[in-house]
Design a protein around this ligand. Structure first.
Ligand code: NAD
Ligand code: UDP
Length: 318
């Protein structure tokens, strides 16, 4: 049994990672400042003796005894990370330094949840890890994109300077039950709009693409990455390489919900990437991993989750 620290453990992905580690038999310390996380995500874990909740902000140093660290703490959706851009940079940069210092003191593995946003609006398609990206350093998304890029620099610098067992994964758009109903991300927005019979808001002409990975596939990959030997540093792309336009996604959500909602077209946000699709050759080679959940199946489960949430707590979804 290992004792594992999950920063951002109160969030969408972090809470499911905590649960998966507990199911495997590990002890879990879930750290979160609840900036975007929600205690509802982890209520059901609080009675588990191997689970501990720590309210803490990773921009502040901390000392703990753990065997592994997953660093997921960071707001992930554009409306959340742009709400307090300076704090987003702090979380990415100061937070990474604090967690790396902790890992260095303890001599333990540490995994960084990086992002496909490090590729910005990519000019190479699909994106391999060797592509350096196309990021606007002063745009509205920069606090997140450049923050995460700097965190990758810190992780690789700690590796070079102190030979630390660091691991970097670049996560592409991931969805599933427990997404925050107000995070403005496309999957949760479209599903809630469809279930409420509201217009489905497609940004721009809807021809921009994303590749959507189901939560369970992603968490499996995170745990496989942590289990690799210390030679495997990454970065490794994690995502589902099947690409959809936002218009196709809207049509699929309407079909699966049986909704009467109409598609409307609204302004495309600044610096919105046109195309995004991971090259997952490295994940296949190093982790023996590829996603197994087709979008249609993952959407059905996510729709069932939001349908239940709307019925039990409609106010929360307003
Ligand atoms: P989320 O917002 O649901 O979870 C992030 C968690 O971090 C929240 O619980 C939040 O309260 C916490 N947090 C934020 N700042 C903190 C701080 N300073 N100290 C302590 N806790 C803090 O987002 P998510 O989708 O679960 O994303 C988890 C991680 O995965 C993030 O690092 C994100 O950048 C990365 N990621 C996610 C996606 C995706 O599609 N979901 C894609 C790429 C990368
Ligand atoms: N999007 C959309 N309608 C929405 C929310 C988002 O068409 O209500 C688009 C958005 O412009 C982007 C894509 O969906 O092109 C994915 O957006 P999201 O915020 O989920 O993720 P990211 O842009 O970070 O990949």
């Amino acid at each position: 049994m290992k004792r594992i620290l999950v920063t951002g453990g109160g969030g969408f992905l972090g809470s499911f990672l905590c649960e998966s580690l507990l199911n495997r038999g590990d002890e879990v310390i879930c750290l979160d400042n609840f900036f975007t996380g929600d205690k509802r995500n982890i209520y059901h874990l609080l009675d588990e003796p191997r689970f501990e909740l720590l309210r803490h902000d990773i921009t502040v140093p901390l000392r703990l005894e753990v065997d592994e660290i997953y660093n997921l703490a960071c707001p992930a959706s554009p409306i959340h990370y742009q709400r307090d851009p300076v704090q987003t940079v702090r979380t990415c940069v100061h937070g990474a330094i604090n967690m790396l210092e902790l890992a260095k003191t303890l001599g333990v593995k540490i995994l960084q949840a990086s992002t496909s946003e490090v590729y910005g609006d990519p000019s190479v398609h699909p994106q391999p890890e060797s592509y350096w990206g196309n990021v606007n350093p002063i745009g509205e998304r920069a606090c997140y994109d450049e923050g995460k890029r700097c965190a990758e620099t810190l992780f690789t610098s700690y590796r070079r300077q102190w030979d630390m067992p660091v691991k970097i994964v670049r996560i592409f758009n991931t969805y599933g039950p427990r997404m925050h109903p107000h995070d403005g991300r496309v999957v949760s927005n479209f599903i809630l709009q469809a279930l409420k019979g509201e217009n489905i808001t497609v940004c721009g002409d809807g021809n921009q693409t994303r590749s959507f990975c189901y939560r369970d596939d992603l968490i499996d990959a995170l745990m496989r990455m942590m289990a690799t030997s210390s030679e495997v540093t990454g970065p490794v792309n994690l995502g589902n390489p099947v690409e959809f336009t936002m218009r196709e996604l809207a049509e699929l959500v309407i079909e699966l919900t049986g909704s009467k909602s109409k598609i409307v077209y609204i302004k495309l946000p600044d610096d919105d990437p046109r195309q995004r699709k991971p090259d997952i050759g490295e994940a296949r080679r190093l982790l023996g991993w590829e996603p197994t959940t087709p979008l249609r199946d993952g959407l059905k489960k996510t729709i069932a989750y939001f349908d239940e949430l709307l019925k039990s707590n409609a106010e929360y979804c307003q």
